[in-house]
Design a protein around this ligand. Sequence first.
Ligand code: AMP
Length: 221
Amino acid sequence: MRIVLVGPPGAGKGTQAAFLAKNLSIPHISTGDLFRANISQGTELGKQAKAYMDAGNLVPDEVTIGMAKDRMSQPDAVGGFLLDGFPRNVGQAEALDEMLKGEGVQLDAVLDLEVPEDEVVKRIAGRRVCRNNSAHVFHVTYSPAKAEGVCDECGGELYQRDDDSEETVRKRLEVYHTQTEPIIDYYRSQGLVVTISALGKVTDVTARAMEALQVDKAAQA
Ligand code: AMP
């Protein structure tokens, strides 16, 4: 399956993507994670991306589209993938369509995670992420780690992302509304969008998502 995951920052895209990719046996491709890996490795691409990310803005398409295409061309992604955080504007969605068309394949679904805005701000302000694995996500109030600052899963250090400060979150939300939300209409016109609520327990949201994707798969069969 080829799936795109969309939703505002704090909707739990990374967490859900990790579970869904595992359930569906497809790679989880997160452009945010790819940028963060480049930053921690000190690459030129990472240096270019960091200032945009810290300000809550989108990294320019010239940089992002090439990086995403490179990753989607890896052997593990030939049979399908779950995109998390890409595309993030209509230009990127068009570039993705063109790429897939060139390969004679198409998207199966666009899963839209819906969450109220006040919940988003609460979720992000308390979010702590493991340095070893960005799918290991905790929250100081909602799902605290057993030992403060230490990942329950692997013992890695938990940290607050540079772009999770309240000011940057507000900017990221504005960018989401103005630039990313239009892709939902873009994909809706292709009949690909399935919307689910991202509220509740992580396992419940995953179950909801799996069910929505099955329904969608059946509808297309
Ligand atoms: P994420 O981990 O998906 O929340 O992404 C973190 C940050 O990386 C975003 O706020 C953007 O600055 C940048 N980023 C990730 N994906 C994209 C994309 N598809 N286009 C532009 N910038 C992106």
